[in-house]
Design a protein around this ligand. Structure first.
Ligand SMILES: [Cu+2]
Length: 591
């Protein structure tokens, strides 16, 4: 087989051909995943059942050979499109030879379905090779937006076990298409990429050889495709590489939908880096963050930073130039966590909007980036919502944010290299570095709280039958880089986010004096509601949520190396004796 055939075969593993139209243009390949809101927004809720078979296989996502995870033969895995109120039934079969797996549904509340959350160590034993498990849960009527699913076992997410999950908002008086004024929706799963396996990369990070530096990625993928320049490979880390010809890189969009208003749904599916986005011509108008929280934003030249785990929807504002075959989407990786040079990585990359034969070399690409310095930048960290209380809860007066929380959980997070742990970097939440429950090695959900081991930092939040409590999570970040924290089972209001340019900036409501006693101004008027939030370096966030969803829910940094080295904990909301709710199939996974 020639290398070109191999490459074409690998890049055609995911079907990108639209089935909605029958004219010849519809056969044009596109990199963006075209969504079909019209199939979902007008219908009644229903059950969507899918069979997923997980395997692995050799692919050349960016031209470099790598063993990646496949779901039904695809990388990335299947895109789930549904509407609020749908029931998902996903039958997962693990056809891998020697890897245990689990799937997490990032951003969904999993109400009444804690055991389906996919968090190994918390809510399930992993699915072993040859094993099967059915994830079954209902998406709440009030939930809509851009979500994604990914492995929550070891570091498999870093090797491609992920996919998109879009919950369309049903049309009531009007559709979101008419509300926001777009005709097409396109999903972009964007993330950094490593040429070695995530296990190898993690092992390097955890060894003393890495000096605690996060591994710097090699490449960047959109929907599983990128373009690595083979000559940039580092001699010490040889790769099997095929340079992609320009015409082998499909455009993000198809000419068929060019000029029409387009809603981009963008998720950062990467392992480490945040990124900024920019169009070579035209602007982006951010619409929502995470699970559909509407934000106030003007059309801007560039938008960012979108951190790992976070999502953003934006309207493409055409200025005519985007119709040109030179139009490109620029992605700049945020280098905050890059502490040593990786000559293989191009931090600034651009992807063609339409399939064409022009591909700039890296010097041209840099020039292109400089060519139009953004005059307007929209800072996602400063976003506020358009509604006092996001529309999903408009009829729910109990969701109006109170002046004070009923319970406060104060957290400090730090990566430490301690002599007693042979100087391996370990992530800590307060004084606890998380690792899965051992002796008995069972998920927490199946054990009484009294038998959880010392690596489980899981504050208890009572769930009174009358009114659920409002809880503040204060996360102080004592490290040099940002940590994007993700809470399972909930979304939260971001009441404050503080970054210091120098020195230390932490906050404790219990401090009587000193810098950390200074109470921040809390935004109770129009805070964004998210499920993943970047905690700035030497800064903190104040998050508030109504603890009305019982279960044991994980809270962790979404940087895969931090999560895997212990920067994780949980919250237990209500019910001490939840092990009674675990069903027979889940029990069987634990052998
Ligand atoms: Cu982190």
């Amino acid at each position: 087989m020639t290398s070109l055939t191999k490459l074409l075969e690998s890049s055609s593993s995911r079907s990108t051909v639209s089935s909605s139209s029958h004219n010849a243009d519809s056969l044009e390949r596109m990199l963006g995943i075209e969504l079909h809101p019209e199939h979902h927004v007008y219908r009644a809720p229903k059950t969507i059942a899918q069979d997923w078979v997980v395997t692995s296989g050799v692919r050349y996502p960016d031209g470099v050979k790598k063993d990646v995870y496949l779901v039904n033969g695809e990388f990335p895995g299947p895109t789930i499109e549904c509407r609020s109120g749908d029931r998902l039934v996903i039958h997962v079969t693990n056809d891998l030879v020697d890897k245990d797996i689990s799937i997490h549904w990032h951003g969904l509340s999993m109400r009444n379905a804690n055991a389906m959350d996919g968090a190994v160590g918390f809510t399930q034993c992993p699915i072993s090779p040859g094993g099967k498990f059915t994830y079954e849960f209902e998406i709440e009527q009030t939930t809509s937006g851009t979500f994604w699913w990914h492995a929550h076992s070891q570091v498999q997410r870093g090797d491609g076990m992920y996919g998109g999950l879009v919950v369309h908002k049903p049309a009531n008086d009007e559709t979101e298409m008419s509300q926001y004024g777009y005709e097409n929706e396109v999903l972009l799963l964007i993330g950094d990429w490593y040429h070695r396996s995530a296990e190898e990369v993690l092992a390097w990070y955890m060894s003393v050889r890495g000096f605690g530096n996060e591994p710097v990625p090699d490449s960047l993928l959109i929907n599983g495709a990128g373009r690595f320049i083979c000559s940039m490979a580092v001699p010490a880390r040889p790769v099997e590489c095929i340079d992609k010809l320009p015409e082998e890189m499909p455009g993000i969009l198809s000419k068929r939908i060019s000029g029409s208003p387009i809603r981009l749904r963008i998720a950062n599916v990467g392992s480490l880096a945040g990124f900024n986005l920019r169009l070579s011509s035209g602007t982006l108008k951010p619409l929502t963050v995470d699970g559909g929280c509407p934000i106030t934003a003007t059309a801007s030249d560039s938008v960012g930073i979108l951190y790992p785990g976070e999502r953003m929807d934006a309207l493409v504002m055409w200025d005519g130039g985007l119709d040109s075959s030179e139009a490109r989407l620029h992605i700049s990786l945020d280098s905050e966590n890059f502490r040593y040079p990786n000559p293989a990585l191009r931090i600034n990359q651009s992807f063609p909007i339409y399939t064409n034969t022009m591909t700039p070399n890296s010097t041209d690409e840099q020039t292109l980036m400089d060519w139009k310095k953004p005059s307007t930048h929209f800072d996602l960290a400063k976003a506020t919502t358009t509604t006092f209380s996001p529309s999903a809860d408009m009829n729910d007066t109990t969701s109006i944010i109170p002046q004070e929380a009923d319970q406060t959980i104060l957290l400090y997070t730090k990566t430490q290299k301690l002599a007693k742990f042979s100087n391996h970097p370990m992530g800590f939440m307060n004084r606890t570095s998380w690792s899965p429950q051992s002796s008995p090695a069972l998920p927490l959900i199946s054990l009484p709280r009294s038998s959880w081991d010392a690596n489980q930092l899981i504050p208890f939040i009572p769930l009174p039958s009358s009114t659920p409590l409002w809880v503040d999570l204060i996360i102080n970040n004592l490290d040099d880089g940002a940590h994007p924290f993700h809470l399972h089972g909930y979304s939260f209001y971001v009441l404050a986010s503080h970054r210091t340019s120098h020195g230390w900036g932490s906050y404790s409501p219990y401090a009587a004096s000193g810098n950390s006693a200074q109470k921040p101004e809390l935004n109770l008027l129009n805070p964004v509601r998210r499920d993943t939030v970047s905690v700035p370096s030497h800064g903190y966030v104040v998050l508030r949520f109504r603890a009305d969803n019982p279960g044991v829910w994980m809270l962790h940094c979404h940087v895969i190396f931090h999560q895997a080295s212990g920067m994780a904990m949980g919250l237990l909301v209500g019910g001490h004796e939840m092990h009674e709710v675990v069903d027979a199939e889940a029990k069987a996974l634990c052998g």
